[in-house]
Design a protein around this ligand. Structure first.
Ligand code: HSE
Length: 420
């Protein structure tokens, strides 16, 4: 018999306890032992919980319980769970966590502390999709050329509604919150931070890159308008918030941002709250993983898979490598990223304006791929929409600053990156 203690018995914790009970027969068949939840820890004992396990409000009741073999951390946050997970590992207990923020900041310290004690985290990234297992095990013979993923269900839900139904940003965010998709603070979702935590975890397994969210380019979906949506449709693109890890000659690009992608690509067809991750390996080619990125049972499915793996004795290093991985590759700075761009500007609608804009872009060596002019309600102002050929981020940012200073340009210039 293996005994579990759960730190944080909210929606996912309750699902873990219930699935372990409801599916006990197949879980025992697969793990080779009975698995029992001995106790759980919650902040507020007076709140009603949909579980029948013993509850306490002191995490040490789990962490110091000699009968508990595996601690499941589902609390959220960073420093408090870090201290508790550390203590659990020091007490010799295996740990399963679904906490992406904890891992985005402390995965390397935790790997060090864990040593040979299992610390698993399948549920931290893309919820029920077994993407950590795919990268750690299934694709381990490959150099990873790229990872591209829809890793935040809230953003994907909002973008799908904005594109397919013309929904307005604020109304659709409120709906996503009411449906329970969004984080407690939805800026984590719409600002791209939640996706960045997941991308950093995947990048560690693929490339051994030790980066924190502050080190990479993170942008959200807050500035997307119906003008951008209409342009994307006209030019055959979908708009998705993507987490991207890419191996290029000079190193590894890591970035999260709203992205125009060809509407014919597989990932463009992933709608609503669903997540999907595409991984390209040098030997396997392109692979894709699709499924629910959040939700009690879906996330618990991944948590329990980790528990079963630990009980079976399938371990291996936490981040999937035992010594320096891809050690020649460094994280590229934000400035060095190279991609195609979409630009939206409002300009004075008079002769010579287009020439001024295009010559300014030309001065920065930025080559235009396509262009569209749209009237606005104000007949003195026109919207100019461009896509560019490949160019470095630094050049683009400098060009945007220069364009913004032209007297014919009105208001803020919007930019989105394009991946083909
Ligand atoms: N808020 C997250 C999302 C939940 O929308 O995908 C899972 O991390």
């Amino acid at each position: 018999m293996v005994k579990i203690g759960i730190l944080g018995v909210g929606t996912v914790g309750a699902s873990v306890a219930n699935i372990l009970e409801d599916n006990a027969d197949i879980i025992e068949a697969r793990a080779g032992k009975k698995i029992l939840v001995k106790s759980g820890v919650v902040k507020n004992l007076s709140k009603d919980r949909a579980v029948s396990i013993k509850l306490s409000d002191d995490p040490m009741d789990v962490i110091n319980d000699p009968e508990i073999d595996i601690v499941v951390e589902l609390m959220g946050g960073v420093e408090e769970p870090y201290a508790l997970v550390k203590k659990a590992l020091e007490n010799g207990k295996a740990v399963v966590t679904a906490n992406k923020a904890l891992l985005a900041y402390h995965r390397y310290e935790l790997q060090e502390i864990a040593g040979d004690i299992p610390l698993m985290y399948e549920a931290s990234t893309a919820g029920g999709i077994p993407i950590i297992g795919a990268l750690r095990n299934g694709l381990s013979a490959n150099h990873i050329d790229s990872i591209q993923g829809i890793m935040n269900g809230t953003c994907n839900y909002m973008l799908t509604k904005m594109i397919n139904e013309g929904a307005q940003y604020d109304a659709i965010l409120k709906e996503a919150q009411e449906l329970g998709y969004a984080e407690a603070d939805p800026t984590f979702d719409v600002g791209g931070f939640d996706a960045s935590h997941k991308l950093l975890i995947l990048a560690s397994i693929a490339y051994g890159i030790d980066a924190k969210p502050e080190d990479i380019l993170i942008e959200g979906i807050e500035n997307i308008t119906q003008t951008d949506v209409a342009f994307a449709k006209e030019f055959g693109y979908e708009i998705k918030l993507l987490g991207i890890a890419k191996k290029v000659d000079e190193g590894i690009e890591l970035r999260v941002h709203a992205t125009m992608i060809p509407e014919s690509s597989m990932i463009a067809k992933v709608d609503g709250v669903m997540n999907a991750v595409t991984v390209v390996g040098d030997r396997v080619g392109e692979t894709m993983y699709y499924g629910p990125g959040a939700g009690g049972d879906a996330t618990a499915s991944a948590v329990i898979a980790d528990i079963i793996d630990i009980v079976r004795g399938n371990q291996g290093p936490m981040l999937g490598y035992k010594k320096g991985l891809e050690s020649g590759l460094k994280l590229l700075s934000k400035d060095e990223i190279e991609t195609q761009y979409y630009l939206r500007l409002e300009v004075t609608d008079e002769s010579g304006v287009l020439a001024k804009i295009t010559s300014s872009l030309g001065e920065f060596g930025i080559s235009i791929e396509s262009m569209l002019q749209k009237p606005t309600e104000d007949d003195r102002i026109a919207k100019l929409l461009f896509t560019t050929h490949l160019c470095k981020e630094r050049k683009m940012q400098n060009a945007i600053t220069a364009l913004g200073k032209l007297d014919v340009v009105q208001g803020k210039i919007a930019m989105m990156r394009i991946e083909k």
